[in-house]
Design a protein around this ligand. Structure first.
Ligand SMILES: Nc1ncnc2c1ncn2[C@@H]1O[C@H](COP(=O)(O)OP(=O)(O)OP(=O)(O)O)[C@@H](O)[C@H]1O
Ligand SMILES: [Mg+2]
Length: 265
């Protein structure tokens, strides 16, 4: 984005409220959320467990209907769309990365990555070619024929990322994409998602409870008790995660030195 090009809103949330009913109880998951996310922005929704992050992300993806208020994506109010129009809109404009990967167990890595293109009606050969290119991008060309159970967690998530990006959707929504991964794989997966989105000028919204992951974002939206508590600029470079990794390495080195020292002396 050029320094003086005006930022274009791509996601506009206004007066959003979501109330769930559980038997006779009312759960206010979101109340009065106003938020604008701009094209090409990396935005993080940061907050503790139960604060409403997933609910908010699901509303951005049109997976849930607002109780009140509006969610506009690319200028369209998705709350008023009928289900089949919404499905098409989602296929064209959004890619999803889930914490639990959500790969289809009967399909190979290549077939899983190609799914969004299948739904869009892309022909088999073109689908295979695009899916293979994405698998290559995430470093898994050699695992194209593997089924999900034949891959590690980190590999499955990389397949999930390839699937989210394969159709070049302008918006990528990721809910705790590294929630099940160790810290080294977390840094790899985060760098992959963020660099890919930045390279393509895609808008990325990541849900996390981890402040270190939020350091990959340009904009950090603090969610607390169903409300936006604060919005701050983030460094956008993952520096907090890298710093934590480096200090872990030093700690490990120190412990190793102490232990081996003790053993050797
Ligand atoms: N389908 C549902 N029915 C009833 N209540 C729900 C439903 N989904 C979410 N909630 C409630 O809404 C609130 C927000 O939940 P949400 O899943 O958005 O939190 P979260 O910030 O993503 O938490 P976590 O970090 O644990 O994933 C919680 O109180 C939760 O119990
Ligand atoms: Mg959640």
């Amino acid at each position: 984005m050029g320094a003086d090009a005006p930022a274009k809103p791509i996601i506009e949330i206004s007066g959003l409220r979501k109330v769930y009913r559980v038997e006779t109880e009312k759960v206010v998951a979101l109340s009065r959320i106003d938020l604008t996310i701009h094209k090409g922005e990396v935005c993080c929704l940061l907050g503790p467990s139960g604060s409403g992050k997933s609910t908010l992300l699901n509303m951005l993806g049109g997976l849930e209907k607002p109780t009140k208020g509006t969610v506009k994506i690319l200028g369209k109010d998705i709350g008023t769309m009928g289900e089949s129009r919404l499905v098409k809109f989602r296929q064209r404009n959004m890619g999803f990365v889930f914490q639990s990967y959500n790969l289809l167990p009967a399909l190979t890595a290549l077939e899983n990555v190609g799914l969004p293109l299948l739904f869009r009606g892309t022909r088999r050969r073109a689908r295979k070619k695009a899916a293979m290119k994405m698998l290559d991008m995430v470093g898994l060309k050699t695992h194209a024929k593997h089924k999900p159970t034949q891959m590690s967690g980190g590999q499955q998530q990389r397949v999930g990322i390839a699937r989210a990006f394969v159709s070049g959707a302008p918006i990528i929504l990721a809910d705790e994409p590294t929630g099940n991964l160790d810290s080294k794989t977390t840094a790899e997966v985060m760098s992959l998602i963020v660099s890919r989105a930045r390279m393509n000028g895609q808008t990325l919204v990541i849900v996390t409870h981890d402040i270190r992951i939020a350091s990959y974002a340009d904009k950090i939206v603090h969610i607390f008790d169903g409300k936006v508590e604060a919005i701050e600029d983030g460094p956008g470079d993952g520096s907090a995660l890298h710093a934590a990794e480096a200090s872990e390495d030093t700690e490990t080195a120190e412990i190793t030195e102490t232990v081996t020292g003790g053993l050797l002396v």
